[in-house]
Every structure is written in structure tokens, then in C-alpha cells.
Design a protein around this ligand. Structure first.
Ligand SMILES: Nc1ncnc2c1ncn2[C@@H]1O[C@H](COP(=O)(O)OP(=O)(O)OP(=O)(O)O)[C@@H](O)[C@H]1O
Ligand SMILES: [Mg+2]
Length: 560
């Protein structure tokens, strides 16, 4: 074999080894190191280095081989400029060669000259059409590099470009997957109807982590032209307060993100906080030490509701260009959560109004019956008794007739009282839940064991709901269950009234077959409560009911 044939064979073997690494998808740094090693061994050069061009006119050393000297170590950052191969390749995008470093200049040029270099060559590394970096090789003093050195370097830079493109698309995929997973987690919360505050907290945390920022926050615009912080998140390694944002309200008057989004309704970024006017900007810059921020509006059904922000403490580096678009998916989910919650809150409020209006009507009818009709019947009864007394003894038949009428009147009176009780038990408004329930249980056709642990009076709508629930359950137990006993337990704690009504009957209750249980769950849910029916065939029926005592539970309210 000739020397030339040997050389070509070795070079092919080296290229194959690198290609195998690239195909295996090892980390790009490993490929960089392998390539500089192989090139350093194959070519008659003293040292090899590989650099990545950065967007700010510098170059970072990413791999070296041979005696390069400490100052050229991996990770070092060099400002480009002057006469040297790295700079020429950066400027022309083409291979470059310097045979004498006597007049080399710039940071790289003088450093190389001080190392005592003879000649140097560099080939561009072009990834997907864009200049990514450079591979350079140099010889010792008095040792010019052979003419084909650039061409031989180029064989390897193509493999490098493939490895880099692969690594970048893998990183891009991983980033996309992380983003999709974060969006999915939030979407699940929204679909579950989680309280908005929970969604706000989850979203700020997800975007903070996903975008790798120091701080994330969410704010809501108020009707008085101010803005309030509703959620914040801080990176763990960010020593200091976990919730450093002051909730506000903040006036919308400056050049900060919240004020600018409020005016423009568009995504906004601040790459440099110096000179940005206003109290919010001063706070973010001086108190939080923020150097760059991006914010995106949250628009709920066409109206600007608030904004989502990410902040970085680095003042030398703006947030990536795609930050705005990456926030959008999240602001849309937040808007959906808010719209849902507002819809639910409206629905709940209207159900509560319907139930309250019906209760009020019943109370009025009951009062009218009690104060009017029943009183009239009572006095008619008394008058009848008096007339009966006045009947002379010889008119015995008339007396018996009057007595029958009086009995009939008394029956009508009892019936009416029963009816008015079903409409709205006066005892409930007067004595409260306990005496009302005791009366209800006494009248029940099935024996009841009552266990009451709520001493104090509860709001009227809660007492009425509890009363009707027990009343319906007892009626059902008598009508359908063939039960021998019903247990009623009632308890209040943590501002929630809980009660359980259990019978030992046939089970198999089905709310779809009647209107009683449906009406009951309407009433309970209108108060922000829950009704759970368990009724396996043959094992009795249990109703578990929870009703919040103080106002409505958070499920519906879109925030303060
Ligand atoms: N405690 C129970 N045990 C067994 N079956 C029950 C029980 N409660 C209800 N059911 C069954 O479930 C159905 C629905 O009950 P629901 O109270 O909604 O209606 P209803 O009692 O039939 O009529 P309404 O209450 O409107 O007068 C009943 O028809 C009955 O078949
Ligand atoms: Mg019923």
C-alpha cells in the first residue's frame, strides 16, 4: 500500500467511527471531542479546536485536542475581530488560512501568536444552512500546514453539522414534549373545574419551570384602572422570598409590562429595565432585581382580564424570542378556566335565586293560611260550639247534626294544618332545625333514630334545605324502601353542614324515576353543596349531603 492509500484508509476508518457515534445519537459534546481527537491524530497538526459562534459577536470553545494551552480551554469565550482564522470564517462563512501569525490581531490572533503558532486553518461548520461554528487546526512554528488540510477538515465538519442538527432537533422535540405535558396538566385542571386560584397557581408554576425563568406571575386588571397580582412563582434556587411580588393594587401608569399590555392588549417584552418609568417597573427592577421580562394578555370572551408574566434576573440577556408565543397556550387555558368559573358562578347564583324565590312564596302562603284561613276556621269552630250549646234539649237531632259538622270542621282544620306544614313548617322559622326535625321524625311512618349535633341556628336557606332533604328522604323510605328504621345524623364542622340519612330497606333508588331526589339535588347544589346517593339493591339507601354554611363554596367564584 502506498502512503497515500494508507492515509485515505485511516481517514475513512476515522470518519466511520464518528459517523457511528452520530448515528447512535450520543450527546453532541461527545461527538465534538471525538472529532477533534481523530483530526488531531490523522492530520500533521499540533492542535485542533472547535468553536461555536454566539449571537453577540463572541465564540465559545466547545472542544480541543493537542497542546492548546490553558487559555484556550473548553468553555472559554472569545471576542471576535481582527486578523485570525476564527474571525475570518465568521465573517466570510468560508474556509480560511493564515500562514504567518506575525501580523495576526484581535483577541484570538494575539493569543495564538503568543503560543508560537506557525500556520492555522479553519473550516466553517454549517448547520441547516446557518453558520454554527468553526473547526481550526494549527501547526507549530516553522511547520506550514499541507495544502489539503482545509479539505480534510471539511470531511469532518459535515459529520459535526449532522450531529449538531440531530442534537438540536432532539432538544427541540424534548422542549415541545415538555410544553405539551405542562399544557395538558393545566387543561386537566381546567376541565375538572378546579377553582380559578388553583389554575392560576398551577399556570404560573408551569410556565416558570418550562421557560426556565426566575419568576413568574399572573395579574388581574381591576375596574378602577389598577392591577392586582393573583399568583406568583419563584425558582427554588432563587434564594429569598418564595412570593416576592406585592399583590397591589398597582396603578397602571408606567412603562412596565402590565401597564403596556393594558394599553395595547398585546404581548410585550422588556429587554432592558433601565429608564423604564413607573412604580411597577421600579419595584420589579430595584426590589426584585429583574433584568428582562415578557408578558402576554389574558383575554376572556373578548375582554382583557389580566396578564401572565415571566421574569429573568439576567440583565445581559433578553428572554428568548419565542417566549411570547409559548405563553399564549397558557393564557388561553387561563381564559377558559375563568370563563367556565364565571359561567358556573352565574348558574349557581340563578339556581339559588330560583330556590330562594320559591321558598319565599311557600313561606308567604303558609303565613297567609296560618294567620288567615286557619284562624277563621278556629273561630268558626268556636261559634259552632257556642251554637251547639244554645240548642234546646228537645232538638236532639239538630244538636247531633251540629256536632257532626263541628267534627268535620276539625278534620278540615287538621288537614289544612298538615298541608301548610308541608308547604313551609312554621316551626322551622320559629324554633330552628332541631325542633322541626324532631317533629318531622315523630310523624314519620318508619321509626327514626335522630342524631343531631348542631346546636346553633344556621342561616335560613341552610335550615330549609336540611329540613326538606330529611323530609324527602323519610317520605321515600316510607313509600319505597320497606325499611324498618331510618338513621338521620347531622353535624356541622368547618363551616359545613353534613348530614347522612340511611335506611335499611330494599335499595335501588333511582333519581331518574321521580322528581323528589332531583329537586333535592337542585336545591343542595344551588347552595354550593353536594348530594351523594348510595343505594345498592338489597342493602338500603344512604343520602350523604354537605352544604356550606357561610355563603357559597369557592367552586363558582372567580375570585374576590
Ligand atoms: N329510600 C329508598 N329506597 C328504595 N327506593 C327508593 C328510595 N328512595 C327512592 N327510591 C326509588 O327511586 C325513585 C326516585 O325517587 P324520588 O324521590 O326521586 O321520586 P318518587 O319518590 O318516586 O316521587 P316524588 O318524590 O317526586 O314524589 C323512586 O321512584 C323509588 O323507586
Ligand atoms: Mg320521593
Amino acid at each position: 500500500l502506498s502512503g497515500e492509500e494508507l492515509r485515505v484508509g485511516e481517514e475513512h476508518a476515522a470518519l466511520r467511527r464518528v459517523a457511528t457515534l452520530v448515528a447512535r445519537g450520543v450527546p453532541a459534546e461527545e461527538v465534538f471531542a471525538a472529532v477533534t481527537e481523530e483530526v488531531g491524530r490523522l492530520l500533521p497538526v499540533e492542535s485542533v479546536a472547535m468553536g461555536r459562534y454566539e449571537s453577540d459577536g463572541t465564540m465559545t470553545v466547545v472542544a480541543t485536542s493537542g497542546p492548546v494551552g490553558d487559555r484556550f480551554a473548553v468553555g472559554g469565550r472569545w471576542t471576535l475581530g481582527g486578523k485570525n482564522v476564527s474571525t475570518v470564517v465568521a465573517q466570510t462563512g468560508r474556509p480560511a488560512r493564515i500562514d504567518s501569525y506575525a501580523d495576526a490581531s484581535g483577541a484570538v490572533g494575539s493569543a495564538v501568536r503568543e503560543e508560537g503558532v506557525g500556520s492555522g486553518v479553519g473550516t466553517p461548520i454549517i448547520v441547516d444552512g446557518r453558520l454554527w461554528g468553526v473547526m481550526t487546526a494549527r501547526s507549530g512554528p516553522e511547520q506550514p500546514l499541507p495544502a489539503n488540510t482545509q479539505a480534510r477538515l471539511a470531511n469532518f465538519t459535515e459529520l459535526l453539522a449532522t450531529a449538531i442538527a440531530n442534537a438540536e432537533s432532539r432538544a427541540g422535540l424534548a422542549r415541545l414534549a415538555a410544553e405539551q405535558a405542562a399544557l395538558r396538566r393545566v387543561a386537566t385542571l381546567v376541565a375538572r373545574g378546579a377553582p380559578p386560584e388553583e389554575v392560576f397557581a398551577a399556570v404560573t408554576e408551569e410556565v416558570g419551570r418550562l421557560l426556565g425563568t426566575h419568576l413568574a406571575g399572573m395579574a388581574r386588571y381591576e375596574s378602577d384602572d389598577t392591577v392586582t397580582v393573583v399568583a406568583t412563582w419563584a425558582a427554588e434556587d432563587d434564594h429569598g422570598d418564595a412570593h416576592p411580588l406585592v399583590p397591589g393594587p398597582w396603578p397602571l401608569e408606567g412603562g412596565d409590562l402590565a401597564s403596556t399590555i393594558w394599553r395595547t392588549r398585546r404581548p410585550v417584552r422588556i429587554d432592558d429595565y433601565r429608564g423604564v418609568p413607573g412604580r411597577i417597573a421600579a419595584f420589579v427592577r430595584d426590589e426584585l432585581g429583574i433584568g428582562a421580562s415578557v408578558g402576554s394578555p389574558i383575554v376572556v370572551e373578548g375582554r382583557l382580564w389580566g396578564a401572565l408574566f415571566v421574569h429573568s434576573k439576567r440583565s445581559d440577556q433578553p428572554l428568548p424570542r419565542d417566549t411570547e408565543s409559548r405563553l399564549t397556550g397558557f393564557t388561553e387555558l387561563v381564559a377558559t378556566a375563568i370563563a367556565n368559573a364565571e359561567g358556573r358562578a352565574e348558574l349557581m347564583a340563578s339556581r339559588a335565586r330560583i330556590v330562594a324565590a320559591a321558598d319565599e312564596t311557600r313561606r308567604r302562603i303558609e303565613r297567609d293560611l296560618h294567620d288567615g284561613t286557619q284562624q277563621r276556621l278556629v273561630s268558626l269552630g268556636l261559634e259552632l260550639r257556642a251554637a251547639q250549646e244554645a240548642v234546646p234539649p228537645q232538638l236532639g237531632e239538630l244538636k247531633r247534626e251540629l256536632s257532626r259538622v263541628a267534627k268535620g270542621l276539625a278534620n278540615v282544620f287538621d288537614e289544612l294544618r298538615e298541608i301548610s306544614h308541608g308547604i313551609h313548617p312554621a316551626i322551622l322559622s320559629e324554633g330552628g332545625l332541631e325542633p322541626a326535625l324532631r317533629a318531622l321524625c315523630r310523624r314519620s311512618a318508619v321509626p327514626v333514630e335522630l342524631d343531631l349535633r348542631a346546636e346553633r341556628r344556621l342561616p335560613a336557606h341552610v335550615e330549609v334545605a336540611a329540613y326538606y332533604a330529611v323530609s324527602e328522604a323519610l317520605t321515600n323510605a316510607a313509600k319505597h324502601a320497606h325499611a324498618s328504621v331510618v338513621h338521620v345524623e347531622l353535624d356541622t364542622h368547618d363551616a359545613i353542614l353534613q348530614f347522612a340519612i340511611r335506611d335499611d330497606g330494599v335499595g335501588g333508588a333511582d333519581p331518574g324515576r321521580g322528581s323528589g331526589m332531583v329537586g333535592l339535588s337542585d336545591r343542595i347544589e344551588a347552595l354550593g353543596g353536594t348530594l351523594e346517593v348510595t343505594s345498592p339493591t338489597g342493602s338500603g339507601t344512604t343520602l350523604l349531603i354537605e352544604v356550606p354554611v357561610e355563603g357559597q363554596r369557592s367552586a363558582g367564584s372567580p375570585g374576590p
